[in-house]
Ligand binder design. Structure first.
Ligand code: GLC
Length: 545
């Protein structure tokens, strides 16, 4: 039945809808992203060359260098109010380029209104220190906004992974069922089918959602003629969980666009298993994992130096290999486990108030209008689900101050607009930006200068997102202290935003100048990574019996 020489791939879409809105924005241009070719030279920060100077300064954040300062209390390097040659250039490298308009007074006013979104190096250093502290607390099960969840994944691929697996990928509005065959660690067959998850299912009772998932598995297996087969399944459930083992865990809270009722304290793997059993399927849920874990595992298959997995997509999160003895939450013996993958759930970073110094009125507005207000606030600074709303909130704020001609209709701008504005900006164009803004603002007239203002906003919020995700990665690199670490990254923002990768390379290097790293695009952690993780679990189980 199965071919095992050449990789085969079938991709069937069922009831799939495109996430972009109904308006006819100029999409033709959008998918051809260019990347920055210039990677800045970086200078060591003051704290890496003996001048520490962190004083917790924050909040009085930069105007963006228009007048030659970086805006932290008007000082030139922003750290303790002192000036320092290398410190100054280090600080300046965090600033977005100034807004250039013929109307200089307007440019200054716009920049001043955006100043809370412009983070200087000292502020980012402070975020890094808070993050490191929250990591420690989370690992020790002390109060922390970081879950630091033990995933029970104790090792990474070694090229011996074999077998056939089903993988389920739940996290966005499309649910995927995959059939994967691994041979000597390589993927030799992959069949995939997408199913659309309606609003009713995303927001209704959890039982209904899980019954739907099992119906999809049944449909998929029938279409493959495999409904009688005994199969192992890897369930990629991209939400925060408290895991009890590699194959069980409870949902902590829904995130992104899901909010199903009746799931408190429910083991999601056990619920899925029951729904599969009810349909007479001989499918066993062998591993339960997060998409970041899948990305790390899929990345480690490509490059053995991968030890961090990051998702920069609708939501944002990271995981990394931690020393098993530093993790307090173990519900099984870990005597023979040296390292274990820890799911940080950094989307919730700061939900306990420790990052309130970053919050702007624009962020408050995005949060208030979100499905799950006051939760996963850090994710709302970075995730693709929120960047469009942030753009909308900022342009609305500028409109209220008479600095932009109209307020965009809420929900009409998406992260794809942020990418498109950035892309046009990089080549000095503005027409498509203006056209999209005109649609989003109900037909308002948008001038060339207005389009440049919106592009500047896109630049500022992209820059902040890149900086914040870079702070997390840089802090992990410093904590892990390896000779070289590869970071596996996946997600729509990472793949489609024209500047984000280069910005991350630059900011990580600025924040962790002694730690060598590579960002590695890792595709399909939720599919391939899930199958590899199931194979690893089988290998580990066989070894211990
Ligand atoms: C959200 C989820 C997290 C997931 C991330 C990326 O933050 O809570 O589990 O990894 O989105 O999909």
């Amino acid at each position: 039945m199965l071919a095992n020489s050449l990789p085969q791939r079938r991709d069937v879409t069922e009831g799939r809808t495109e996430p972009t809105g109904k308006k006819t924005c100029p999409q033709s241009h959008w998918n051809t992203h260019k990347t920055d070719t210039v990677v800045s030279t970086v200078t060591a920060p003051p704290y890496m060359n003996g001048t520490n100077g962190l004083n917790g300064t924050h909040g009085v954040v930069a105007t963006n260098g228009l007048n030659g300062t970086n805006g932290v209390n008007g000082t030139t390097n922003g750290v303790n109010g002192t000036s320092n040659g290398s410190g100054e250039s280090w600080e300046k490298q965090f600033l977005p380029p100034p807004l250039q308009l013929d109307d200089k007074a307007r440019a200054i006013k716009v920049e001043s209104r955006l100043s809370g979104l412009v983070l200087c190096g000292a502020t980012l250093k402070r975020v890094a220190e808070v993050f490191a502290h929250e990591i420690e607390n989370g690992l020790r099960q002390k109060p922390s906004s970081l879950q630091m969840e033990n995933t029970y994944v104790p090792e990474l691929p070694d090229g011996t992974e074999e077998g056939v697996f089903l993988a389920l990928d739940l996290g966005g509005t499309n649910f995927r069922v995959l059939y994967l065959e691994l041979c000597g660690g390589e993927l030799v067959r992959e069949d995939v089918k997408h199913y659309h998850i309606s609003d009713e299912l995303r927001l209704g009772p959890g039982e209904d959602l899980f019954n739907f998932l099992a119906d999809c598995v049944l449909d998929f297996l029938r279409s493959e003629g495999m409904e009688k087969d005994e199969l192992s399944l890897g369930f990629t459930f991209s939400f925060p969980m408290k895991q009890h083992s590699i194959s069980s865990g409870e949902l902590i809270t829904w995130t992104k666009s899901f909010k199903c009722g009746g799931m408190a304290g429910v083991d999601v793997a056990a619920l899925l298993q029951r729904c599969l059993n009810d349909r007479g399927l001989k499918v066993t849920v062998q591993v339960l994992l997060n998409d970041t874990t899948g990305t790390l595992v899929a990345g480690a298959h490509l490059d053995p130096e991968v030890a961090i997995g990051v998702i920069l997509g609708t939501g944002s999160n990271g995981c990394y290999m931690e020393r098993a003895d530093r993790v307090v939450h173990w519900e099984s013996s870990y005597e023979r486990v040296h390292d274990v993958c820890v799911d940080i759930e950094w989307g919730a970073f700061g939900d306990n108030g420790c990052l309130n110094f970053l919050r702007t009125d624009f962020d408050e507005e995005v949060d208030r209008n979100s499905l799950l207000a006051t939760s996963f606030t850090f994710e709302k600074y970075i995730g693709g689900k929120y960047l469009g709303d942030l753009l909308c909130a900022v342009l609305g704020g500028l409109a209220r101050d008479g600095l932009f001609p109209a307020t965009p209709v809420w929900g009409e701008l998406q992260s794809a607009h942020v990418s498109m504005f950035e892309e046009e900006n990089s080549v000095g164009d503005w027409e498509q930006t203006a056209e999209a803004l005109c649609e989003a603002c109900g037909g308002a007239l948008i001038s060339r200068a207005d389009a440049f203002v919106a592009q500047h906003v896109a630049r500022v919020i992209s820059n902040r997102a890149a900086q914040l995700v870079s702070v997390c990665i840089a802090t992990l690199l410093r904590r892990m202290n390896r000779n070289h670490t590869a970071v596996a990254v996946d997600g729509s923002v990472f793949k489609r935003h024209p500047r984000i990768r280069n910005l991350m390379n630059k900011y990580i290097a600025l924040l962790a100048p002694k730690d060598k790293f590579t960002l590695l695009g890792a595709e399909d952690g939720s599919g391939k990574g899930s199958a590899l993780t199931a194979a690893i679990a089988a290998r580990v189980a066989a070894r211990s019996t």
